[in-house]
Design a protein around this ligand. Structure first.
Ligand code: DX5
Ligand code: ZN
Length: 219
C-alpha cells in the first residue's frame, strides 16, 4: 500500500471545513500544502495556504506535507514551521549552490521537521543523489510546478524508477513522492516506477466519493 497526500490547492472556496473533514474520514494520509510565492511559480498561494494550514491544525490531527514552490525558502520555512508540519519540502532549483541546499536541510531539521527535496521535470535525477543521505523524501514533480489539473509528464516515470534503483542499491530508506497529474489512470505506473507517496489534488477533489478514489489510488 502506498500513501496518499491530498493537495488542497484546488479546494472549493466556502466548503473548506466540510472538504477537510471528508478527506480525513476518507483516509487521506496527509494534506499536501502547495505554497507558491508568485515568483518561483506564477501563482501566489502563500497566505491562503498559511490560513488553510492553521485551520487544518485546529480541526484535524492528520500530518501536513508542505511543498514550498518559493524563491525565498528561509522566509517560508520560518512561517510554516509554526504550524508544525510533518515535513517541509523545498525545491533544489530554488537554491543557488550546494551549500545553500545543505544549510536549508539543516534549517528545517533544527525545527524538528522532516525534510524533503523537490525537483522540477527538467532537473536530472542525478542532481539530487548527493543530498539523499540527509533528507527524508524526494519529491519528483510529474508536472511543471505552478498549478493543479495538469496532465502527467510520463517521461518522469523513468526518473522515478532510476531514483528507486539508486535508493535500493545504496540501501537508503527514504520516501519517493510523485506530485502532479496523478489519478486512477496514472497511479499504477507511478507506483510501479517506485513512488510510495502519491500527491493527488484534482482527481480526488473532483471525485464523487473521496473514500473510493483514495482507496483505489493506495491499492
Ligand atoms: C503543482 C502542485 C501539485 C498539484 C497537484 O504545482 O505541486 O501538488 O497541486 O494537483 P493535481 O493532482 O491536480 O495535479
Ligand atoms: Zn505539490
Amino acid at each position: 500500500m502506498v500513501e496518499v497526500s491530498t493537495s488542497i490547492l484546488s479546494m472549493q472556496q466556502g466548503d473548506e471545513a466540510e472538504t477537510i473533514l471528508k478527506l480525513e474520514k476518507s483516509k487521506t494520509d496527509y494534506f499536501h500544502i502547495d505554497v507558491m510565492d508568485g515568483k518561483f511559480v506564477e501563482k501566489n498561494t502563500f497566505n491562503k495556504m498559511r490560513e488553510y494550514s492553521e485551520y487544518i491544525k485546529r480541526i484535524s490531527n492528520l500530518p501536513l506535507d508542505v511543498h514550498l514552490m518559493v524563491e525565498d525558502v528561509e522566509t517560508a520555512i520560518s512561517v510554516f514551521e509554526t504550524i508544525q508540519p510533518n515535513i517541509i519540502t523545498f525545491h533544489l532549483e530554488a537554491c543557488k549552490d550546494e551549500n545553500e541546499v545543505i544549510q536549508t536541510i539543516k534549517r528545517i531539521k533544527e525545527s524538528n521537521i522532516k525534510v524533503g527535496i523537490a525537483i522540477k521535470p527538467n532537473t536530472k535525477i542525478e542532481e539530487v543523489y548527493k543530498y539523499i543521505p540527509y533528507v527524508h523524501m524526494v519529491l519528483v514533480m510529474t508536472v511543471e510546478p505552478g498549478k493543479g489539473g495538469q496532465t502527467m509528464i510520463t517521461d518522469m516515470l523513468e526518473k522515478i524508477s532510476k531514483l528507486k534503483t539508486y535508493i535500493e542499491e545504496n540501501e537508503y530508506d527514504i520516501d519517493i513522492e510523485a506530485d502532479g497529474g496523478i489519478n486512477l489512470a496514472t497511479a499504477e505506473r507511478v507506483k510501479k516506477a517506485g513512488a510510495n507517496i502519491l500527491v493527488s489534488g484534482t482527481a480526488i477533489l473532483q471525485a464523487v466519493d473521496y473514500k473510493t478514489i483514495i482507496y483505489e489510488l493506495k491499492k
